[in-house]
Design a protein around this ligand. Structure first.
Ligand SMILES: [Fe+2]
Length: 396
């Protein structure tokens, strides 16, 4: 059906604090009772369902004008049909809906529609682009200066972008003061507490409650795999490192799992279909969970890797899966030990490495505690804090 077109200098308020802009203009707009079709100057075709459009109405009756949350409840209304539309050139489109005996009018800005388009091409574009890496990443590790991070938006943006893309980023020039990493974390948001406290010291202890607190080498692993929802982001700040040994090792678990998927699909299938049991316990806590070593999203893409042999508890699986599962773990483990995936670095005092604990595994070489001091401090954060800070900075 055709539409009216008017020209005004109106701006449609979408009751959204994010700033939506698009370099693309609209070429044609068509509609019928159930759909609105928009064709853009770059050939993109956006099709929006009437029920979706009505549900996303941003007027003050449908979205609370202060809380900016949805107050419209589609469940309480008849299924909407688009009755008429009016194109406001350069601004957006006004839709008139009919819902049984009710009528409603909604405005949508073009930029908002372009940003929320759910065509296949748009969905593919919206996926965060991860740069998977191997040992060569040693030469490409993004390093951000502490002062830039702390005093400029560009510094903190560069740090966040590297973390989201590569899953690992290094901050240099951090004052070697105990607890400084909390200030670094708080530049983004609150830290996530765990049974190890707000932050923890990684030093060699005489009576350790975890192997991390020894001078032993640590195989590549992810932390807190025994939690139903492990922390996404881990920070390790180096206060001193004068010992012989004690280098840090990292690997991109998504890169390793991607190779496993291609080379050994049966093992990948087992690890992404059947849970392992993980458990940590000491004098004061006993925390266990059943979870997949390789967790996929609804589209089959890797979402989280959990690998930690110290915390792997007794397997509880149907009998016929016990031996195949040991084989699958071994297939993953063998690849994790392959140095072609390893980024090795020796953290120096004043360096703070941050990595995505849902993707990047970490470990260390053994060290001789009699040759000097090795003192790291660690803490955790949720990924939502990073995404939130990034979105808020993008508003200006
Ligand atoms: Fe760890």
């Amino acid at each position: 059906m055709s539409s009216n077109t008017v020209v005004t200098n109106q701006v449609f308020d979408m009751a959204d604090l994010a700033v939506y802009q698009t370099p693309h203009s609209v070429k044609t707009v068509n509609f019928n009772a159930k759909l609105l079709e928009v064709r853009w100057d770059d050939g993109r075709e956006s099709v929006f369902h009437a029920i979706w459009l009505r549900d996303n109405c941003a007027c003050s009756k449908c979205k609370h004008p202060k809380a900016l949350e949805r107050t419209y409840m589609f469940f309480d209304h008849a299924r909407p049909e688009i009755k008429a539309i009016q194109v406001v050139e350069g601004t957006g489109v006004v839709l008139d809906f009919i819902q049984g005996t009710e009528q409603h009018s909604s405005q949508f800005s073009w930029a908002w529609l372009r940003h929320h388009c759910y065509s296949q091409a748009a969905l593919a574009e919206q996926k965060p682009i991860k740069r998977l890496w191997d040992s060569q990443h040693q030469h490409n590790l993004v390093v951000v200066d502490f002062n830039d991070y702390f005093t400029t938006d560009n510094g903190v943006k560069a740090w966040m972008d590297a973390l989201l893309k590569d899953g690992i980023v290094l901050l240099r020039g951090v004052p070697t003061v105990s607890g400084k990493l909390i200030e670094v974390a708080n530049r983004i948001g609150p830290v996530r507490n765990s049974n190890f406290g707000e932050f923890y010291d990684v030093i060699s202890m005489p009576n350790p409650n975890a192997v991390a607190y020894t001078s032993l080498g640590l195989e590549l692993h992810t932390d807190l795999v025994n939690w139903g929802s492990p922390p996404d982001i881990q920070m390790l700040c180096c206060l001193a490192n004068s010992v012989v040994g004690g280098g840090s090792i990292f690997a991109d678990g998504f890169r390793v799992a991607q190779d496993l998927r291609q080379e050994d699909p049966e093992s990948f299938q087992l690890l992404s279909s059947y849970p392992l049991t993980y458990r940590f316990h000491d004098e004061s806590c006993d925390i266990a969970t059943d979870a997949l070593a390789l967790e996929l999203d609804p589209y089959g893409q890797l979402k989280r890797i959990r690998f930690n042999n110290w915390l792997r508890s007794s397997m509880q699986l149907p009998a016929e899966l016990i031996e195949p599962m040991y084989g699958a773990i071994a297939a993953l483990w063998k690849r994790l030990r392959d140095t072609k995936y390893h980024l090795t670095t020796r953290l120096a005092a004043g360096e703070l490495i941050t990595y995505d604990n849902s993707r990047v595994l970490h470990g260390r070489e053994s060290f001789d505690a009699n040759t000097g001091n090795r003192h790291l401090q660690g803490c955790y954060m949720n990924r939502e804090e990073i995404a939130s800070k990034r979105a808020v900075l993008a508003r200006v």
